[in-house]
Design a binder for this molecule. Structure first.
Ligand SMILES: Nc1ncnc2c1ncn2[C@@H]1O[C@H](COP(=O)(O)OP(=O)(O)OP(=O)(O)O)[C@@H](O)[C@H]1O
Length: 267
């Protein structure tokens, strides 16, 4: 059973109005259990929309979205996934720790368990000393790390992440990339990850899915086979080869020539 199956999905906003926008056109995406898939493509090509469809935050116009064998709505109600989006989306009136505890509360975890898990997750993202602070007292990047801690708190089988590291400095970003991979590998979490960074997509992913300019279509998928995901991997020939493949696919998509020159991967 796939973690995510998106089949023949089209998404049109503002149907029938002057400002009608076709954000996605006939998109198919399958994410296997434990697979890490990145979505990459030009601004406005529908990456966030695709993630929001999987999260059941917006319905498809046509086509179907299946998450863990059920509908996207069922998965949302069961909290079968964790989300970390571009905007941290923290509750301003809750402390950092109580923000991280929120999904645990919704899962019915007891107070002591919530506290220790929140502490563990905040240590992981380097914010152990800020548990009692309020979001407004943190920088944008720190708020984003709280959102990541919150997304990971219940060890969800599926993670949906929309540029979660975009606001972070390069060193923090690389450290959290490593942490995220470690968590995903240890827990066999499946991940759909949106990024604008080719190198980030390649370092993190089993597969990088390249989308065309709007209306977003999946142009191709580049399989990334790195021997390991460590610092040495960032210097390896396989890493640079995958970066080149993704870059060429993006260029081809932008030129509108890609659909015929780069075959779409089967998945
Ligand atoms: N709620 C909405 N109502 C109307 N149009 C929308 C809505 N959400 C997204 N769109 C449009 O759908 C298209 C795709 O937007 P989306 O945010 O998914 O792109 P993206 O690839 O994530 O962009 P970026 O890389 O800039 O974040 C854009 O043209 C956008 O204006």
């Amino acid at each position: 059973m796939n973690a995510v199956s998106v089949e023949h999905v089209t998404k049109v906003f503002n149907t029938g109005r002057a400002d009608e926008v076709t954000a996605l056109s006939d998109v198919d995406l399958h994410v296997g259990q434990g697979e890490f898939v990145s979505l990459i493509g030009p601004s406005g090509c529908g990456k966030s929309t695709l993630l929001r469809l999987i999260a059941d935050l917006t319905p498809p116009t046509t086509g179907t979205v299946t998450v863990a064998g059920g509908s996207a709505g069922e998965a949302r109600r069961r909290q079968a996934y964790g989300i970390a989006f571009q905007q941290a989306g923290l509750f301003e009136w809750r402390t950092v720790a109580r923000n991280v505890e929120l999904p645990l509360e919704l899962h019915g975890a007891g107070r002591a368990q919530r506290r220790s898990r929140a502490r563990e997750m905040l240590d992981l993202v380097g914010l152990g000393d800020f548990a009692g602070h309020y979001p407004a007292q943190l920088s944008g990047g720190m708020q984003q790390r709280v959102a990541i801690a919150r997304a990971l708190a219940v060890s969800p089988p599926l993670l949906l992440m929309d540029e979660p590291f975009g606001a972070l400095d390069e060193m923090t970003r690389e450290r959290l990339q490593g942490e995220l991979l470690g968590i995903c590998a240890a827990t066999r979490t499946s991940t759909v990850f949106v990024t604008h960074s080719i190198s980030e997509a390649v370092f993190l992913s089993d597969r990088v899915v390249v989308m065309s300019p709007r209306p977003g279509r999946i142009v191709t998928a580049v399989d990334v086979a790195l021997p390991a995901r460590d610092e040495a991997a960032r210097q390896s020939p396989a890493f640079f080869a995958a970066i080149t493949a993704v870059r060429q696919a993006l260029r081809g998509a932008a030129d509108g020539a890609n659909a015929t020159t780069v075959p779409a991967a089967a998945s």
